[in-house]
Each structure stands twice: as C-alpha cells, then as structure tokens.
Design a protein around this ligand. Structure first.
Ligand code: GAP
Length: 443
C-alpha cells in the first residue's frame, strides 16, 4: 500500500532531510538564515546526480552544445543591457498591522494573508543583490550577484562560438549559482535566495526558431521522466501574456505537482534576439553570427531551457517519498530511480565474525572502485539495517552470510519489490551495472 495522502510530505521531507543528511538549514547553530540551505552528505550526492545527468544529456552526448562556466560577478553594464536593472522587479506590499511583506501577485484579495490587516500600495522591488567592488561603497563601485547564469553565456556568445568553431544551430550550456532577493520564499528549498540553475541557450536561425522551441520543450520534459519522476505528476504549461518575462516572446513551464500544488521546475523560453541585440547596442561590439556558407550576417534567435537544480532535487525527494507496511511494520522509503540514489548499495555482514565482515568490506571496496557510492553497515538486526537504507532510498542491500564465505555468493534485496536473489559475487558488478544504467529507467 503506497502513501495516498501527500499533504504532510513536505514537513516529513524537511525532518527526514535533516535527520538523514540531505538538507540542513544554513548556519543552523546561529539560528539559521531565512530560506538558505546547505546540502549534507546525501543531499550533495543527489544534487550531483542531477547536475551530472543534465550535463551528460545536454553537453557530453551532443556535438552541437558546448559548456562554459562564467563568473558570478559581471560588469554592471551587463545588467543594464539585459534589462535586469530596470525590469527585474516584483511588486512588494506591506501590511500596516503586522508589517509583514508579500509579493502582491502571491496574495489573493487585498488584505494581509497573515492577520487580515490593510496592505500598502505596491512598490516595485528589484530582486538583484547589490554589492560593491573594492573598498569604497559608492555608485561607481556597484556590482550585482547574478540573478541568472544566462547573461554569462550571452556576453560570451562570440568567444565560445569562435573558439569551438560551432555553426548555428548550436547551444552553450552552464550550471551555476544565481541569487535573487525574493520577497516571499518558502516551501523548503523550492524558492530560496541562493540557488543553482542549469541553463542552455540554443542559438538558431530565426526561420527555425519555432521548430527548435518544440524540440527543446519535449526534450526537457523527457529528461525529468528519465530521472524517474512520475509522468502523471509532470505537465507543460504555456505562460499567459501577463506572466511573460521582459525578454520572452513565448515561454512554457515544466511543472510538477508538489504536495503544495503545481509549480514551476523549468522554463523553456523563446527569447527572440532580445539579449544579443541589447548587448550589441550597449557594448558597441558586433557579435552577430556570420554564416560561413550563405555569408548572411545575423543575430540568432535564442531558445532557452532554464531549470533549477534545487527544484529538481526537491522534486526527486517529493516524488520518491513513500510509506508502506511490511509484515505489519510501517516503512518509510524513498523510491529513487537507482541511477540517482545517493547510496547505490549497502553491504551487510549477517554477523560480525567468521569472515563475513572482511568479505563484506571487500565487496564495498569493489563497488566504490566503480564510483558507486556504497556503504558497509554491521549495526543492529538485518531488518533495522534494511529500514535505514529504505529511508534514504538505497536500491540494493547485499547480505553476506555464512554461505557467502563458503561459496562466494550473496543475497541482493531490492528496495521496491523486496525480492531477494542469491547471486555469485563474481556477477554482482554486472547485476548492479544493468540496474544502475539510466537507460533502463522507466516512469
Ligand atoms: N534565464 C531565465 C531564468 O532565469 P526563471 O524562470 O526566472 O528564468 C529559471 O528561472 C529557473 O530557475 C526556474 O524555473 C527555477 O527552477 C529556478 N529558480 C528561479 N528562482 C528561484 C528561486 N528563488 N529559488 C529556487 N529556484 C529558482
């Protein structure tokens, strides 16, 4: 019996996240810092699975996409040109009674959602974090923490294209931190002020833009499926005109049905020629593309896929969270697809003697040698050890018993089906490799 009422899943994930080392409140021993989070030992493994899979699909497997890694601090003129200094703002309203602040578009009606007090008129609030370069804090030394990684790609369009000798259509991809001084944050790591983006800027001929938009929309939707996310909890939603960002001609969000409702994981946007046009105008540099065959010189259209690493991690956790009963005992488990599970296998000696611990440790070493994060656990009954691993989503538990020492076989227990098979240690690597291969995933 799987969990049916998902309304408390976010609270359960927050506490499991801390207890098991997925996600901690930032600087917790000092009382934390609003909506800022640290990834613990298992959280960082999960996050790295997300970014590794994205990079592999978007960059490593494709000849027509190159990667880059731009600095977080950029010349402030970039943000004037991109429109962020002038337009990257949200309407802020403040309650006259409790002084709480809200994003006007997050409030239904015109009273304070907390105390019912009267709300102020909206005031536009720029979301970029401001800082200063050097010792003097004046207007001439202002710099911004980037609110998106995309501009680092646009200003390097010509550099990256020429250096890699790519021809249009091609893409430039980047994964990195972004910062936004959000007015309302919350839902665990869903909306925070420091987060990580995975962005692909795809440069194409204006005549082919609509086809590429469709192509990337589908490809991105499929990627979430390949991560094991349930299809019925994913959808694509086109933006209405009043939702479109200042640069976008068209945008569809990939959304996930979280316990708190359908919410955005990623935007696939048709940015037109907006960004490159702006940088050409503001920098005075001609960064247009020259087609080597037709000799046409033009500003390519950008199709962007912009996803959040943290939101994907939250999706994987929320989607995997489950509770069931085994022989009358409650079980909490994370049903991660094996290839994204933070721990791939756990190896247990049945007892702490008769050569079992040594053999179990040898197996762990062998699995770790394949870069499969695996652990050795000899504490408590086998049942308890299984439960500990179920709770962190480990797909395979391997038990070494007396027979193993005699005939070099072990039992492998599957987290989801609970089926145990006895296999030769010699064939363990192949057995796991087949099941940890992302190509074998279905949703
Ligand atoms: N370059 C386009 C861009 O930045 P966006 O829709 O503002 O577009 C893209 O952001 C993605 O970044 C979002 O779909 C989301 O996954 C992630 N994101 C944005 N703001 C976030 C926040 N405050 N906390 C966590 N993730 C965020």
């Amino acid at each position: 019996m799987a969990l049916e009422d998902r309304s408390t899943v976010m609270d359960k994930l927050t506490s499991l996240g801390k207890r098991k080392g997925f996600i901690f409140r930032s600087s917790e021993i000092y009382g934390g810092l609003g909506s800022t989070w640290d990834y613990g030992p298992l959280g960082v493994e999960l996050k790295r699975s997300v970014t590794a899979s994205w990079w592999s699909e978007i960059v490593s497997k494709r000849e027509d996409v190159v990667g880059m890694d731009a600095a977080i601090l950029m010349n402030p003129d970039v943000w004037k040109a991109s429109g962020h200094v002038g337009s990257f703002q949200d309407p802020l309203v403040e309650c006259s009674k409790c002084n709480r602040r809200f994003r006007q578009d997050h409030v239904e009606g015109d009273a304070c959602p907390e105390c019912g007090g009267e709300l102020s008129d909206p005031r536009m609030f720029n979301l970029m974090f401001k800082t200063f370069i050097g010792p003097v804090e004046d207007e001439g030394s202002v710099a911004w923490l980037r609110p998106e990684t995309a501009q680092g790609i646009f200003v390097n369009f010509r550099n990256a294209q020429e250096a890699s000798r790519q021809k249009i259509p091609f893409g430039i991809a980047q994964i990195g931190k972004a910062f936004r001084n959000e007015i309302t944050v919350g839902n665990f790591i869903f909306r925070s002020r420091e987060f990580e983006q995975m962005e692909l800027e795809w440069f194409c001929h204006p005549d082919e833009a609509d086809q590429w938009f469709e192509y990337w929309l589908q490809a991105r939707f499929d990627w979430y499926l390949s991560m094991g996310v349930k299809k019925e909890r994913l959808r694509l939603r086109p933006h209405t005109d009043d939702e479109l960002a200042h640069y976008a001609k068209m945008c569809h969000d990939v959304e996930y049905e979280f316990p708190f409702g359908w919410s955005e994981l990623e935007g696939v946007a048709h940015r037109g020629t907006y960004d490159l046009d702006q940088h050409i105008e503001h920098s005075g540099k001609d960064i247009r593309y020259l087609d080597p065959h037709t000799h046409e010189k033009y500003v390519p259209v950008v199709i962007e896929s912009s996803g959040g690493v943290d939101r994907t991690v939250l999706t994987l956790l929320a989607d995997a969270y489950d509770e069931d009963k085994i022989g009358g005992d409650e079980r909490v488990l994370l049903r991660f697809a094996p290839h994204i599970a933070p721990i791939k296998a756990a190896v247990f000696p049945l007892v702490k003697r008769e050569g079992m611990p040594e053999l179990a440790r040898r197996i762990v070493e062998e699995l770790r040698g394949r870069s499969w994060n695996s652990i050795y656990d000899e504490g408590g009954s086998i049942g308890r050890r299984y439960r500990r691993m179920d709770e962190v989503g480990t797909p395979f538990c391997i038990t070494v018993d007396g027979e193993s020492v005699e005939d070099q076989t072990v039992t492998v227990r599957d987290r989801d089906t609970l089926v145990q098979v006895r296999i030769a240690i010699d064939s363990l690597v192949d057995y796991l490799a087949e099941r940890l291969d992302p190509r074998g995933q279905k949703s």
